[in-house]
Design a protein around this ligand. Sequence first.
Ligand code: COS
Length: 380
Amino acid sequence: MNFELTEEQSAIQDMARRFTAEQVTPHAAAWDEDSTFPRETLNKAAELGFGGVYVAEEHGGIGLSRVEAALIMEALSYGCPSTAAFISIHNMATWMIDAFGSDDVKQRYLPDLTTMTKIASYCLTEPAAGSDAASLKTSAVLDGEHYVLNGTKAFISGGGVNEVYVVMARTDQGSQAGGISCFVVDKETEGLSFGAQERKLGWHSQPTASVIFDNCRVSKANMVGQPGDGFKIAMQGLDGGRLNIGACSLGGGQRCLDDAVTYVKERRQFGQRIADFQNTQFMLADMKTQLEAARALLYIAADKVSKNAIDRTQWAAMAKLLTTETGSKVVNDALQLHGGYGFLRDFPIERFLRDLRVHEILEGTSQIMRFVIGREIVAD
Ligand code: COS
């Protein structure tokens, strides 16, 4: 067993950290405050290959494993979890096209997606189908050379802004998960429209809206995989997405721990640095221990997803559960160590607290993660 990063992995991590320090961290508070979508920064990230981190090199990606993807998401999230997670979602949707699309779909979409000339949204959730994703109702009915899509997708990152939508829709009413297919839909397609931008607790640097299909005609050639494959494609996408979201929680948690260490060394009360109180050191000790344990689990899970291990889904779920809950706890403790200042917008902690909270919900709630882990444990 070797727990050291390879030279190449360290170089990738350094590159992502440098990019974050120069292009993300200085602007993240303003993006949050003004709900600015940092499109230009995303394009710069794509110049480093971050638009297709685990897309094959022959299709324009940089062909890395999920471990390197986790390192990149962690580094980006140190500056802005919201922007990092947006890049992750684009990578998930783009990978689904690369892994399951026909040569024709890949050729038409991947060059623009890997360069982030176009950005992709992942469309699974519906107003009445969240955790029970297989109950989705958006229909896709074959009509000649097209499928006609009707229905609404909810909470879609990039909704109304992104150019490409990777959509799970029901082509067979007769079966639940097995009746779902996956389509690539262009923003300009007739019959596609968007709800108002959602107002959210966090994740302000990324737009979120409903995506509405009203007799939206999508070419048969835009199906990804075979009819009925959509649910499995979506779940496989999520195995990787969950790792990335977990990595974003670790990056955000690490940033807040580092900020807390700086703060407690400067802040004096009762005639001494608050860093010198044992309570402070015990809190920092727990925060670091919990982050490192969660990080180790995440990298093991990422390795399993990269290698397509049989138990990858369960490990990705364990990693998401632990990293997202740990990230939130560490940020909350960092805020506590900042006292009243942590509650002010003058310090970044409150933004991280708001941004990380949703990681315990999206791409599968902590409760769904426990369900996925638990049912495997008792499976015969
Ligand atoms: N990879 C590949 N295949 C998978 C898979 C995965 N990770 N997860 C499920 N499948 C397959 C199953 O093997 C099953 O295939 P068979 O019919 O051939 O046996 C099929 O997909 C249906 O899966 P399952 O029976 O597990 O479906 P359920 O409806 O029981 O449960 C859960 C699926 C609850 C796990 C799923 O709906 C889920 O993850 N929900 C959370 C949704 C979510 O994360 N939403 C966030 C959207 S992005 S913000």
